[in-house]
Ligand binder design. Structure first.
Ligand code: HEM
Length: 616
């Protein structure tokens, strides 16, 4: 082996006929030093995450995490975006560098490009460059068990779910790109919301009293035909009932992580949540998120961030802290409900009365499998609990924010009601009794209101990912680094934790216009040419349902549910703001829940004044 200076000397030795030996040695030494300096300089100039501007940490121990996890949802995201742009360096514990990203191209890379979904016969494999934060998946495990939201990486149970579901379905039924399965559920959403006699006569063993009928009764008995409702509580129960309903395959769809397919919501079960607000199961679910995840103490943020997962697991199993006791109690109730369902499906199958809902299919497929590849009880229940929570809390919250904006913007509310009633007249004129999925889709102002509300108030405001390997993020526009240079791509190290800000992306002015920070449904009628940026989300290019290989599996279901319930409520009622809204918070507890300042522990609260909407 030659040293660097010997190599250089050997090279310059070729010129010995024109240079003395001393000159060659000096030149070789000089070149070695220059080369070494160049390497050091290039290293120093190499852009790393620490060169990216960001807020000063609150403390060395916790960095910026208290502000990020204790503020109202989206508030730090918007603040950092304004001050530092769409890629922000934030600090974790002990000075660790993290990123908060709302840059469209970087997000597209993380959500879409870095993940691929490959079909091999009936199996699908997913390679995925950004995994979930382990401490966040532990939260999913506590709330929902080892289901779809929890899983990451090559999880055996995915293979099993995939196997069972594909064994039960024709492949084309699993891809609801035209969404016929979801549309088929519009009558159920309408029934949950409505008082239409035609729909009430749908066969049902335990028919709940619909939401509008109950509101109408309460208003009729009040002296001024007006009442203040905690709309959040009502909607939470209405969407729980929607999830529980359904006689057929609800929605189905692809995967999650490396291998998977789908899961489904048709439980073929009626929770009766609207009818019975005191139901123990419903009471446990109501307030679960705000109680277990809202405003965590700093010590909890610290522990969650630095403790190994097995310690967190022990803590969640044995801790006597109120929020963890609540989470365990809800898990037990949910397991009991879903276990009963599984047993009743198994019994029905034995008697040859099997239904076509997903649970029946799973039970059937599972029973016919060899023992070593059967879904365990725990796996089966976890998938069902995931659908229960992911499907009900998000839709209920979204509806809350839709109704809040309608109460705050009476012009928008009136315009929407006019469109709904004009459509209703057309439906009656053609001899039909009720809105169909196509009627809902064709209401352009309704669609603009829902898109705008989902843009402005995404129920899930952040996603949390960690780079599986060293990687390079492409950027939509160059970033000015702390030392004054510009970079148009950002190298990131393996393991770096990234917050994908759905809330901040949804307010990106380059994509949604200079007035992106204003609620304005009319923006959706602007020329499409005005929108720029890569294709990211499944609905209006919003990130509200995430995107790519881990997109929300229930987005179409949720969309029809929100459309149908909004139509039902606005057609029948006028919504007005109350003075309490001055205390309204966007509570950051994984899902962005409405709560009132000073009463966060009471759970979701959206107090709106409700009147019957007069007809001409
Ligand atoms: C407006 C309502 C909804 C919103 C805003 C929403 C949003 C989201 C988002 C942002 C994700 C990605 C989460 C992550 O990767 O960490 C997600 C995943 C998921 N959603 Fe939804 N969702 C809604 C309704 C539903 C419904 C109705 C269901 C079921 C019936 C559902 C089931 C799921 C499941 C199982 C996942 C996990 C997918 C995976 O990780 O592979 N969601 N949802």
């Amino acid at each position: 082996m030659f040293s660097l200076s010997e190599t250089i000397q050997a090279y310059f030795g070729r010129f010995s006929h024109i240079m003395s030996k001393a000159d060659i040695t000096t030149l070789a030494l000089f070149s070695s030093v220059a080369l070494a300096l160049l390497i050091v300089y290039r290293r120093a100039k190499r852009i790393t995450v620490s060169h990216i501007p960001g807020p000063a940490p609150e403390s060395f121990l916790l960095g910026n995490l208290p502000e990020i996890f204790l503020s109202q949802a989206g508030v730090p995201d918007f603040k950092y975006q304004q001050a530092y742009g769409d890629v922000v360096r934030v600090k974790g514990p002990f000075g660790e560098d993290r990123l908060l990203i709302s840059d469209p191209k970087a997000l597209q890379y993380i959500f879409h490009t870095s993940g691929t979904l490959t079909a091999h016969f009936v199996l699908m494999s997913i390679s995925y460059g950004f995994l979930k934060w382990p401490e966040r998946t532990e939260i999913s495990r506590i709330l929902m068990g080892r289901g779809l939201l929890w899983a990451d990486g090559m999880v055996l149970s995915d293979l099993r779910v995939l196997h069972h579901v594909t064994a039960s379905y024709e492949c084309n039924e699993l891809m609801p790109s035209s969404a016929p399965e979801c549309k088929a559920f519009v009558p159920i959403f309408r029934r949950v919301g409505s008082e239409s006699p035609a729909l009430l006569s749908l066969p049902s063993s335990n028919l709940m009293q619909p939401l509008t009928a109950q509101w109408s009764d309460i208003l009729a008995s009040s002296s001024d035909q007006c009442a203040v409702f905690n709309v959040a509580s009502w909607l939470s129960r209405a969407t729980m009932d929607s999830i529980g309903e359904g006689d057929d395959v609800l929605l189905c769809y692809y995967f999650a992580r490396y291998l998977t397919f789908c899961l489904i919501a048709a439980f073929d079960y009626q929770f009766g949540a609207l009818q019975n607000a005191d139901d123990e199961f419903m009471k446990a679910y109501f307030g679960l998120m705000s109680d277990t995840l809202g405003s965590p103490p700093k010590s909890a943020i610290f522990m969650q961030t630095i403790l190994p997962i097995w310690v967190l697991q022990l803590r969640s199993r044995y801790s006597r802290s109120r929020n963890l006791v609540h989470a365990r109690h809800t898990a037990e109730l949910a397991n009991a409900v879903t276990r009963k369902l599984v047993d009743s499906k198994a019994e029905a199958l034995l008697q040859g009365k099997g239904n076509k809902d997903i649970l029946s299919l799973l039970v059937k497929a599972n029973a016919s499998e060899k023992a070593n590849i059967r879904l365990t009880d725990e796996e089966m229940l976890a998938q069902m609990r995931t659908i229960l929570l992911a499907g009900h809390e998000t839709s209920a919250t979204t509806l809350c924010w839709v109704l809040l904006e309608l109460a705050r913007n009476p012009d928008v509310q009136k315009k929407l009601r006019d469109e709904i009633r004009a459509t209703e007249s057309a439906i009656h004129a053609r001899g039909d009794a009720d809105f169909t999925a196509v009627d809902l889709e064709n209401m352009t102002y309704l669609s603009a209101v829902i898109k705008e509300s989902m843009r402005f108030h995404p129920a899930l405001y952040q996603n949390y990912r960690q780079a599986a390997d060293d990687n390079v993020l492409p950027l939509s526009k160059p970033i000015k680094t702390l030392d004054g240079n510009y970079v148009d791509e950002l190298p990131i190290p393996k393991g770096i934790k990234i917050i994908l800000s759905i809330a901040a992306y949804n307010r990106n002015t380059e994509i949604f216009g200079d007035d992106a920070n204003v609620y304005n449904p009319d923006r959706w009628f602007r020329q499409p040419g005005e929108k720029k940026g890569p294709s990211l989300g499944v609905y209006g290019n919003l990130l509200t349902f995430a995107g790519g290989v881990r997109v929300c599996i229930g987005w179409r279901f949720a969309l029809y549910e929100v459309l149908a319930l909004t139509v039902e409520i606005i057609n029948n009622f006028e919504l007005l703001p109350t003075p309490d809204l001055a205390r309204l918070r966007r509570e950051a507890c994984l899902v962005m829940l409405p709560t009132l300042e000073g009463e966060q522990l009471k759970g979701e609260n959206l107090p709106l004044r409700v009147k019957i909407a007069p007809r001409d």
